[in-house]
Ligand binder design. Structure first.
Ligand code: URP
Ligand code: ZN
Ligand code: ZN
Length: 483
């Protein structure tokens, strides 16, 4: 007998949309079809849309941020909000700050996640001090323990790596078959702009956006791609915000470089105008929201596949003295911690914009929010689709339900949503995680600590192309391996 049947829904994967029942046994999808037989429980999905649970592959949870304060959420509050928004897997970070031992860092984040996570999780490793020991001893151990992706920053004083250090990590990752994800912005341009703006008294939140020149994003992406090409290491460019950034990725992909790009709802739905509001600090994130023309370009890039995923980059800070206003009620833009909440809103915003508005197909929604991140981060053997044998992570959508997002409805610890007042059509009514109904009627039915760690290697996406730059190709040069 089956444990659960989701009956009569329109079931979508990244390839197909079919009307069928989904049969679940022991946490996995056991059958797809009609008349699946007896089940301990049946959910009536007649007239509903059934998709894989969302995978949010870029979110900061209970993390010590670049600004030195911890994100507002714990694993419990963050993953609770994720589940209520239709996300069943997250990939947050184990974040090394300078002076920290990476083994200790990873152990600590595992402790936090084991205690609090309500949905399943993997971890990216943030590296800020790529010492010889970290590169040759710690990364190999941690990658083989199931942390198949590394994240680097090209900006933020506290986090950034210089180009030589970036190359060291890219080269080490190549040997380990790990994916490298990067926050790519030109650090010098930002610090130079910040200094000039503050010196002249331009300190309001809206000048945060001015201090992150769009040229700085395209330049850093281009430089990073060149470094990745030199050592033949696949990369993921996080939170692409500009038309030029997306075009740079498109050009590199066109010549066969293994580079992926993601964008986020804040770049698809918001503009720089938000930062000019009296509470503009809420929208200070890096890179900042840009223009409507950038929004159009990013949507086109998603449609063409130049960008592959849309993640939340959830980086929550409360709008009070513990977070956004920790430097006082009128901080300079430089004193405002960067980031905004988004785990809960990501799936409904994307369902509304892709499916309800008819901008793209239902299959595109599934690809962008679940299947592509599963493939890129090597979780596709378990996650990211509705197929026999996969974990039964499933969302039943009421495609016609209209919901107006508002601060009093959010369930994370930031206490506000960047999308207050926006009405979306389509809402995750039932959320199933490994066969258990964890959200129903807007209520969570899962305990903190019930989420599981998802060990993974870098997988196929992270495998080098085999095309080293001529300068590093032993056959073309010295007969010795420099990579
Ligand atoms: O402003 C943002 N995005 N904060 C989170 C840290 C990062 O840059 O990814
Ligand atoms: Zn970033
Ligand atoms: Zn981030």
């Amino acid at each position: 007998m089956l444990d659960l049947v989701i009956r009569g829904g329109t079931v979508a994967t990244a390839c197909d949309v079919v009307r069928c029942d989904v049969g679940i046994r022991e946490g996995r999808i056991a059958m797809l079809g009609e008349g699946l037989g007896e089940a301990a429980r049946t959910i009536d999905a007649e007239g509903k849309v059934v998709t894989p649970g969302g995978i949010d592959s870029h979110c900061h949870i209970e993390q010590l941020s670049a600004s030195g304060i911890r994100n507002a959420d714990t694993f419990e509050t963050a993953t609770r909000s994720a589940a209520l928004g239709g996300t069943t897997t997250v990939i947050p970070f184990a974040c090394q700050h300078k002076g920290m031992d990476l083994f200790d860092v990873v152990r600590d984040y595992h402790g936090l996640a084991e205690r609090g996570a309500i949905i399943d999780y993997a971890l990216h490793l943030i590296v800020t001090e790529p010492t010889e020991r970290l590169l040759s001893e710690q990364l190999p151990r941690l990658v083989s323990d199931g942390h198949g992706s590394i994240k680097l920053f090209m900006t933020y004083d506290a986090m950034r790596l210089h180009d030589e250090e970036v190359l060291d990590v890219l080269s080490a990752a190549r040997g380990l078959g790990a994916m490298v994800c990067v926050h790519a912005e030109n650090h010098g341009m930002i610090t130079w702009m910040v200094r000039r703006l503050l010196d002249r008294g331009y300190a309001a939140p809206k000048f945060h956006a001015v201090s992150h020149p769009r040229l700085g994003e395209a330049e850093a992406i281009q430089r990073l791609i060149a470094m990745a090409e030199l050592v033949d290491q696949p990369i993921m460019i996080f939170h692409v915000s500009t038309a030029e950034g997306a075009a740079t990725i498109r050009a590199a992909r066109g010549r066969g470089v293994k580079v992926w790009g993601e964008t986020c709802p804040q770049y698809l739905f918001l503009t720089v105008a938000e930062l000019d509001r009296p509470d503009g600090a809420k929208w200070c994130c890096s890179p900042p929201p840009r223009t409507e023309a950038d929004q159009d370009a990013l949507w086109q890039a998603l449609e063409r596949g130049d960008l592959s995923t849309v993640t939340s980059d959830h980086a929550p800070f409360a709008y009070d003295e513990t977070g956004k206003l920790r430097a006082g009620p009128s901080p300079t833009f430089k004193e405002i911690p960067n980031g905004m909440p988004g785990l809960e809103a990501r799936m409904p915003l994307m369902f509304d914009a892709i499916v309800s508005s008819g901008r793209m197909a239902l299959t595109d929604f599934v690809r962008i929010t679940a299947t592509a991140p599963a493939e890129i981060y090597n979780l596709a053997d378990r996650k990211g689709s509705i197929a026999v044998g996969k974990d039964a992570d499933v969302v039943v959508w009421d495609a016609g339900r209209r919901v107006t997002l508002s601060d009093d409805k959010v369930s994370d610890a930031a206490g506000y949503t960047a999308y207050a007042g926006r009405t979306v059509t389509g809402w995750p009514e039932v959320v199933v995680r490994r066969g258990e109904v964890i959200v129903e009627d807007g209520t969570l039915h899962a305990a903190p600590g019930s989420g599981r760690f998802l060990p993974r290697s870098g997988g196929r996406a992270a495998a080098p192309t085999g095309r080293l730059a001529p300068e590093l190709d032993p056959a073309k040069n010295f007969g010795a391996e420099l990579g």
